[in-house]
Design a protein around this ligand. Structure first.
Ligand code: ZN
Length: 506
């Protein structure tokens, strides 16, 4: 940042926006506490505190002063290198302000109120397996999502206006093409695996694994990946997440379940956290100090969880360390057995416990349904039936009830319509980025086999993490890999890995 007059105009905008960043960080701390330590009695007071912080941040963003400072900074940064921090700050702030300005304050308040009530009712509906009580609330959520799309505007499908909130620039049409390609590869793969279901045995993971030892092992691994625990920590929560207060305080949580799920949960969240810790210090306390989009963020969690954490190379390195943590449980096991077990494929009803092969089928199902709900082609009252039909088509399963069917996710009740595709975008981008890192470092797999992750971490830091939110997801991928998002590295990865694991005809 220079001391010239143009530099001063951008600096004035930055300092105005820094207050918003601080308010959001404060809210993130309150939410972290709410999920980890807060006693149940704190819920009501906490909701009020969070609402106040959100209101203050929003008011400051849409204030006349923001526009004035942005206009001046925009004029000052004209002609600057588009890849510079100044140009990116102005560009991203303009995008944020324009989007915020399109939504009337009463509408935003109504949306917040509806989703707060809907989430509360959803929990109860899920507990009692009663879709009917949730139905009117879900109708409201989609009515508001439709209105939001109209306020924001779109060229193609109303879905475009919603998905843009999570993955800027992505459209429904692009997603349809992407999912179409994935289905071409995944559906026959699932069928082939079903015919060889016994080929991979997960039983070695069914021995009881002590929680404290799992925690120690998982932390040892993610510290080796590059997660800096002097600038982070690991806690317990009902739903695992990662949260950033500042690049030097990025926390993760996990929960303990069957088959080392906590270990993979820690791998996953540490991927998000390394991204947040690796953002350039110069971007801190600005709107650029976040990821490029949910899909790119998810590419990092999934890369460390799956492309690294579920690779043969990784388990050749990690198995002796896992056995040191669990000598009795793994006495007669070996690296290959654990590698195979952590890649066991089994179509299931629940998205969050799905394996790598079937995971995206859960997403395409949700994508198709929410698109139809948005246009009115599907009525909310017909949703459970439509859900069941697609479960049978895609996964060959019939949900026994709505709790393990249409009521399983919190997303819709929270108003996050359009956010599911981020998970698949992340899977696809993870393979594309990993391939690019391998082209730059041909010995990458040997490094992983030797427990050396610095080349992979360094490549991701330099090509993804440092840039924060400076570039659109498509620009970031283009710069990092030489291509916009393409499904081929990912489908190639899935096909090669699971053809080998299940002994399928090549
Ligand atoms: Zn994630």
């Amino acid at each position: 940042m220079s001391d010239s007059a143009p530099g001063r105009a951008v600096a004035a905008l930055r300092s105005h926006l820094a207050t918003i960043a601080d308010l959001r960080a404060a809210a993130a701390i309150l939410r972290w506490d709410q999920e980890t330590l807060m006693p149940p009695g704190g819920a009501e007071g906490r909701a009020l505190q969070l609402a106040t912080l959100a209101r203050l941040a929003h008011e400051r963003l849409v204030a006349d002063e923001s526009r004035r400072l942005l206009d001046a900074a925009e004029a000052a940064a004209r002609g600057a290198d588009p890849a510079s921090d100044d140009a990116a700050l102005v560009r991203v702030t303009r995008r944020d302000l324009d989007r915020a300005a399109k939504l009337p304050a009463e509408f935003v308040a109504e949306q917040r109120r509806v989703s707060a009530v809907a989430t509360h009712v959803w929990r109860e509906a899920r507990r009692t397996n009663d879709f009917a009580v949730f139905r009117p609330h879900l109708e409201e959520v989609f009515r508001l999502a439709r209105r939001e799309a109209e306020y924001i505007g779109y060229a193609g499908h109303p879905y475009d206006a919603l998905v843009d909130r999570y993955d800027p620039g992505v459209t429904a049409r692009e997603l349809e093409t992407l999912f179409g390609r994935l289905l071409e590869v995944v559906v026959p793969l699932v069928r082939g695996i079903a015919s060889r279901a016994g080929a991979v045995d997960p039983a070695v993971l069914d021995a009881g694994f002590d929680e404290a030892a799992q925690r120690t092992f998982a932390l040892e691994m993610v510290e080796a990946f590059g997660y800096d625990t002097r600038r982070g920590r690991l806690d317990l929560s009902a739903h695992p997440f990662s949260t950033k207060f500042h690049r030097d305080d990025v926390r993760i949580t996990t929960r303990y379940g069957r088959r080392l799920s906590a270990v993979f949960g820690v791998f996953h969240e540490s991927g998000h956290a390394m991204y947040s810790q690796g953002t350039a210090p110069a971007l801190e306390r600005s709107p650029l100090a976040e990821g490029a989009g949910s899909g790119i963020h998810e590419s990092q969690s999934r890369m460390w969880e799956n492309l690294v954490g579920r690779s043969r190379a990784f388990w050749e390195y990690a198995f002796p360390l896992l056995r040191r943590a669990f000598p009795e449980q793994l006495e007669s096991a070996d690296a290959e057995r654990v590698y195979r077990a952590v890649n066991h494929v089994e179509p299931g009803l629940i998205r969050v416990s799905a394996d790598e092969v079937t995971y995206n089928l859960h997403i395409v199902l949700r994508f198709e349904l929410e698109k139809a709900l948005l246009t009115g082609d599907l009525a909310v009252r017909d949703l459970p039936e439509a859900w069941g039909g697609r479960m049978r088509t895609f996964l060959g399963l019939t949900p026994p009830d709505d709790t393990d069917g249409v009521l399983q996710d919190i997303h819709w009740s929270s108003g996050l319509v359009g956010s599911f595709p981020s998970y698949t975008l992340g899977n696809v981008a993870s393979a594309q980025l990993f391939d690019a890192a391998r082209r730059a470092h041909p010995s990458l797999l040997d490094d992983i086999r030797a427990g050396r992750f610095a080349a992979l971490y360094g490549w991701m830091r330099d090509h993804v993490y440092v840039h924060g939110r400076k570039f659109l997801p498509s620009e970031l991928l283009q710069r990092a890999t030489g291509s916009v998002l393409t499904a081929e590295p990912y489908v190639g990865y899935l096909r090669a890995k699971f053809t080998d694991l299940y002994g399928l005809p090549a």
